[in-house]
Write a protein that binds this ligand. Sequence first.
Ligand code: SF4
Length: 210
Amino acid sequence: MTDINFLADKKSHLIDLFQELETAKEISVKELAAQIRQIGFQCMRCGDCCIGEDNSVIVFPSEIRLISRSTGDFWLEIVEPPKLGEWDLDGNFHTLEWRLKKRHLSCKYYTLHGCMIYEERPLLCRTYPFFLTHIKGLLCFSECNGFGKEIRNEESEELADLLVERLIQEIKESIALIEKFDGFERGTPSKEGLCVVHDSEGEHRFNRDI
Ligand code: SF4
């Protein structure tokens, strides 16, 4: 179970996040691109990052809308809330953020022909397998078949630019989430009640059986 109510301590979290935002804005794209070139990377289009139980793509509300416009899918056809969360006194289940829906353990938009929403794919997919730490903006990476392959200057700079954009967006989403979060009194697990997803837009409430 996740302790969501820790977010209600807004002041200390916001001070940290604004500091992280300043650090993120100072990251040198050129230096980051040089680090990526040193590691070496080319996407092999193997789709391994789109399949598997452990792969989970976190998406921002603005990205969900973009996918919705391009596919015609409704919000809850595109994303689902995480399974971890907490109950309030009325039996509502509270959780944070959204993940792309899965079909047979793969991303629902993955097909044998590749990504169905390639042009609108989320920042997380565009920057995989790399990510930047929130605290110091350090370059990290997940498992991938594409490491060690030569990458052109232009491509590495484009990737570095997207990584910084993603980090800044993630921090801004967290700031907006905390600013809108009101907290709730903790209850016990219940089969009744709604699902309440807290994100940068506030609360999204819907029936749990949807
Ligand atoms: S959105 Fe596209 S790139 Fe991202 S996990 Fe799904 S199929 Fe893969």
